[in-house]
Design a protein around this ligand. Structure first.
Ligand code: PLP
Length: 243
């Protein structure tokens, strides 16, 4: 029997050219990107090139790209890094559990969440987002594409609501990346999360767009990697594979 893999929203296989791009990062260019000697500098240069590629992908500055471990980390970082006790958070009832469970945990710390429900066609109505806004609303998070239905959400219109009301806006773009046209400026978001393994890249690596000036506290501390926004020795093969 010939098996055909059709679960590409769960994950995708690595493309051969991605394996080839990553291979030297495990072998001759295995250095720590923070080391000042030649091996480190080679790794550092590979990360810099990947950051430029990702900046082109997002349509942002290289300094606004933060590499991390994937979509779950990006979603968690947006929520735990921006919300404080007393804040109000708006998201939807159809987000990935990386958003829903993080919101549940924050409820223990006095952050209330409104879960906006979709219409019968799977779309989130931007007016329902607007109606949920309160004086203490600090963050809105809506996915670009739903992981079960594939419905594309009107993130651009939600971005306008966020900018008119001065509220931070995060997009979980894990299921949209590599499938629909991307432009974080057009989306009007402050934060956006993607994951490599949903688009023929390696697992355990992702990136976040963090708009300059967004007061996002890092989830991981312990080093000055990623401009102090995400501590931890860079996963150079993963970063190159994502780019
Ligand atoms: C919409 C969405 N967000 C976040 C994630 C989590 O991404 P990762 O597997 O990189 O942690 C997924 C993965 O299924 C997803 O579909």
């Amino acid at each position: 029997m010939r098996r055909v893999y059709m679960d590409a929203n769960a994950t995708t296989p690595l493309l051969p050219e991605v394996v080839e791009a990553m291979r030297p990062c495990w072998t001759e260019h295995f250095g720590n990107a923070s080391s000042i000697h030649l091996h480190g500098q080679q790794a550092h240069a590979a990360v810099d090139r990947a950051r430029e590629t990702m900046a082109g992908f997002f349509n942002c500055h290289a300094a606004e790209v933060v590499f991390n471990s994937g979509g779950t980390e990006g979603d968690n970082t947006a929520i735990f890094g921006l919300l404080h006790p007393g804040d109000h958070f708006i998201t939807t009832s159809i987000e990935h559990s990386a958003i829903l469970e993080a919101a549940k945990r924050l409820a223990r710390d006095g952050v209330e969440t409104t879960f906006v429900a979709p219409l019968s066609n799977g779309l989130i109505d931007p007016m329902d987002i607007r109606r949920a806004i309160r004086p203490e609303t600090r963050l809105i998070s809506v996915m670009l594409a739903n992981n079960e239905t594939g419905v594309l959400q009107p993130v651009e219109m939600i971005g306008k609501v966020a900018s008119e009301t001065g509220i931070f806006f995060h997009i979980d773009a894990v299921q949209g990346a590599g499938k629909v046209e991307f432009d974080v400026r057009r989306f009007g978001c402050h934060l956006l999360s993607i994951s490599a393994h949903k688009m023929n890249g390696p697992k355990g690596i992702g990136a976040m767009f963090v708009r300059r000036g967004t007061p996002l506290e890092p989830l991981m501390v312990g080093g000055s990697h990623e401009r102090r926004q995400r501590a931890g020795t860079e996963n150079v093969p993963g970063i190159v594979g994502l780019a």
